[in-house]
Design a protein around this ligand. Structure first.
Ligand code: SF4
Length: 518
């Protein structure tokens, strides 16, 4: 076989272009599966969340701005042909990939959020350009380099699970026991990558690699419905898919028919004494791209046709949702909200997430005055993308609220905060504090960040500017869509929603709907 010369400039340019591409184009197989799930969804709350995700996705594709404010940590998988020759890689292969990441994330027309911190244990200082990527290489026969580039959100990566089962233990039982413990911080509906076998680290790698495949659950369902023979792995995928969806968790954990759009499984031989199993979810911002370098130059992927997106255009609905003036928030207003109710927020909102909360805690402990008055205000847990052009703010979806649970009692008791806005469920500690202080927790849809940012008409930094995207901003919002997730009585939509839908699905009420093969 004739050796191929791969130049570092081609790899750098192709990686940068692919990262830009996946920041605003969902894989079309994800959109096709989500569109089908949206059409079949019977839960109004889940359907509304899916409508926002689909609308957001098309807006991102048209506007070339990120699907989600968390533009991810970069994962790169390389299959390197053994007949490849390298040119210009003086600093090494990973250095070239990191240069591609640097250029991709700092593109002036579509600047992406730098989320990577180094080191992970002590300083946790943002590297500012989202480097380094996590790179895996494999040597294969051939004279090309196959590249898979993914941008993995922290919310879904944080829900990864690993277990060393006994050989006779059931993988299905473990998955069904484990998925409810993951809550909604992984922004369902998404997919599950499962690695079975090998060793502990091999199982985790296989789970991640499985997420790089196209969704084809619909085709598998059709095959099954036609009575065609399935492989054992296909049967297992279908079983896990159907049983996880029967848990009723639903989009954003609000209760509904679809939690997972697909389940992918990779396997590897293992020790006779072992059955390692890893499970990694991918979220509403499933993002990956694949290309092959053959020595003929950089690769630019073709944009998808916008006709592939379904005809769904979410807009604020003032007949279904209550408009709330956040500039005149009262305890009575907050107490009137009920879990599951949808609101449209108007006026000024504060922002803050992990680092800001920690600093507030430290200042209160030292008796220092706070730079911002939180009394009867709403705080939005968000780390937005920097704006470009005339944007007030870049994509600005919610971050996982459970990380703020340990600060909730302090914020409500010591600052007089009125309510909180984030994504996914709250834990018992936060729910208890919300109830005691007569507050409420509202959720915005994770994975609809560009749509949410369009409701933000102004943004200015109020405090902690050195924290970058974690600074305290004041947003001026207009009809920002949220759902009451925990009301002042402690009622949580993330507990009641899935419980209700699990029961309804078990009753057989949706028997002809849950299987989407028509
Ligand atoms: S969709 Fe959710 S989990 Fe995925 S990147 Fe966005 S915020 Fe994170």
């Amino acid at each position: 076989m004739k050796p191929t010369v791969i130049s570092s400039s081609d790899l750098i340019e192709s990686v940068a272009a692919a990262l830009q591409y996946i920041s605003y184009y969902h894989p079309t197989d994800y959109i096709e599966h989500l569109a089908r799930a949206y059409a079949h969804e019977q839960s109004p709350a889940a359907k509304d969340a899916m409508a926002q995700i689909l609308t957001n996705s098309k807006m991102s594709a048209m506007g070339h701005r990120p699907i989600c404010q968390d533009t991810g940590i970069v994962n790169v998988f390389l299959k390197i042909g053994m007949d490849v020759q390298w040119q210009g890689f003086d600093a090494g292969l990973e250095a070239a990939i990191n240069e591609g990441v640097r250029r991709g994330y700092n593109h002036p027309d579509n600047t992406l959020r730098a989320s990577v911190v180094a080191d992970p244990q002590f300083a946790r200082k943002n590297t500012r350009d989202n480097t380094p990527a996590v790179v895996f290489t494999q040597m294969v026969p051939g004279n090309t380099v196959e590249v898979t580039v993914a941008a993995k959100g922290g919310g879904s990566e944080n829900k990864s699970k690993l277990v060393m089962l006994n050989p006779s233990d059931s993988v299905v039982d473990w998955v069904l026991k484990t998925v409810p413990t993951m809550g909604a911080g992984w922004c369902p509906p998404g997919m599950l990558g499962i690695g079975i076998g090998g060793t502990a680290e091999k199982a985790a790698l296989m789970a991640k690699e499985a997420l790089m495949e196209d969704l084809d659950m619909y085709q598998l369902q059709l095959k099954s419905a036609k009575g065609q023979a399935l492989t054992p792995v296909e049967e297992l995928r279908l079983e896990i898919h159907d049983k996880v969806n029967a848990l009723g968790i639903g989009a954003q954990g609000l209760g509904g028919l679809t939690t997972v759009l697909d389940v992918k499984i990779h396997m590897h031989p293992t020790h006779a004494a072992s059955k390692p199993v890893a499970m990694i979810p991918n979220c509403a911002a499933t993002r990956h791209a694949h290309f092959v370098l053959d020595g003929s130059g950089p690769v630019y992927l073709d944009p998808p046709s916008l006709d592939l997106w379904p005809d769904v255009a979410w807009v604020p609905n003032t007949t279904q949702s209550k408009r709330v003036d956040m500039n005149a928030l009262t305890r009575q207003e907050v107490a009137s909200w009920r879990a599951g109710q949808t609101l449209l927020l108007n006026g000024k909102l504060l922002t803050g997430r992990d680092a800001a909360h920690k600093r507030i805690q430290d200042m209160l402990a030292k008796g220092e005055p706070l730079p911002v008055d939180f009394a009867n205000r709403g705080i939005y847990y968000v780390g937005p993308v920097d704006p470009v052009g005339d944007e007030a703010v870049g994509p600005a979806g919610p971050t996982t609220s459970t990380r703020m649970d340990k600060f909730t009692d302090m914020m409500l008791a010591e600052t007089g905060l009125g309510c909180m806005i984030g994504k996914a469920e709250r834990g018992p500690e936060a729910i208890d504090a919300i109830k005691r202080h007569g507050s409420a927790y509202l959720m915005a849809v994770g994975g609809a960040a560009y749509l949410v940012s369009k409701a933000i008409k102004g943004a200015r930094v109020l405090a902690f500017e050195d924290l970058g995207m974690e600074a305290i901003y004041e947003f001026d919002v207009q009809d920002m869509p949220v759902t009451v997730a925990v009301d002042s009585t402690g009622d949580s939509a993330h507990i009641t929603g899935p419980a209700t839908w699990q029961k309804r699905i078990a009753s057989g009420e949706f028997k002809n709907i849950a299987v989407t093969a028509a």
